[in-house]
Design a protein around this ligand. Structure first.
Ligand SMILES: [Zn+2]
Length: 262
């Protein structure tokens, strides 16, 4: 059976309140042998941790401050991420980055928070999970400012061009996270994926959001990962088995986890 890793799911979101155990069961049945849980902010870090404690060796927690949660109390939030990361037990700092889509009110603060979390990850030798939405210039401005730090990680929900992927690679050992967007009609991603080597690609759902076709409109969940793998296989002219094997190996390497067979 194929083995997949969902490198980006918010299973602790309230959208899963009524059926979290069944959602995990369905994921296992679909061949998902591990999930990474990126954090958002202080409000849900505890919920994230209690869920990952319930599924040790299957759900892996992150800590980090999401750009859309950066507001006037960002210093307190950032301190919380520092405190969490000192305690250890996290496989990545994320998700972090810049979002110019929802609001640009705190864009300078988002940049400061992003920079500070990149330095933290470099110091702790942890990978980063980066969220970049309508903020390409700001992302590169921050990446330039931390040149010299040793960065590795993933640009999650990647939907950019091959050129953007190459530019990211100049600043660290970066992979791209591919999810539902690649399955949408008119998506330019499959064309781009043809040029991106399989050893740079991770699978992700970003569930409960970004549901892949043909389930668009419904809640997303990790058991939909095989649909993403099939789309990548089709784009690259290889088998879904090839995609499963490569992306699982990539996830193990990036996050330093040996995922179990389930
Ligand atoms: Zn996310």
């Amino acid at each position: 059976m194929m083995k997949f890793i969902d490198t980006h799911t918010h299973l602790y979101d309230e959208a899963f309140n009524s059926d979290i155990d069944q959602a995990v069961e369905r994921a296992k049945m679909a061949g998902v042998s591990g999930c990474i849980l990126p954090a958002i902010d202080m409000d849900n870090q505890i919920k994230l941790l209690s869920l990952s404690d319930r599924y040790p060796g299957y759900l892996y927690p992150c800590t980090g401050l999401h750009p859309t949660s950066v507001n006037s109390s960002f210093r307190e939030e950032l301190q919380y991420v520092y405190d969490c990361s000192c305690k250890g037990g996290f496989c990545a700092i994320g998700e972090i980055g810049i979002d110019g889509y929802w609001s640009r009110d705190f864009i300078r603060e988002q940049m400061e928070v992003f920079e500070s979390q990149l330095r933290l990850a470099s110091k702790l030798n942890l990978p980063v999970i980066i969220h970049s939405r309508e903020a390409t210039d700001e992302i590169f401005e921050v990446l330039r400012s931390v040149r010299g730090e040793s960065l590795r990680g993933v640009f999650h929900a990647f939907s950019g061009s091959f050129e953007t992927f190459i530019r990211y690679s100049e600043y660290g050992d970066f992979m791209i996270g591919i999810g539902g967007i690649a399955t949408y009609k008119n998506s330019k991603l499959p064309e781009t994926l043809k040029k991106i080597p399989l050893d740079r690609i991770l699978l992700e759902t970003d569930s409960p959001w970004l549901t892949p076709s043909p389930h668009r409109g419904k809640r997303n969940e990790p058991s939909f990962i095989p649909l993403i793998a099939a789309t990548i296989a089709q784009a690259k002219g290889c088998t879904a088995e090839d995609v499963a094997a490569a992306t699982t190996q990539n996830a193990e390497k990036l996050f330093g986890i040996k995922f179990n067979n389930t």
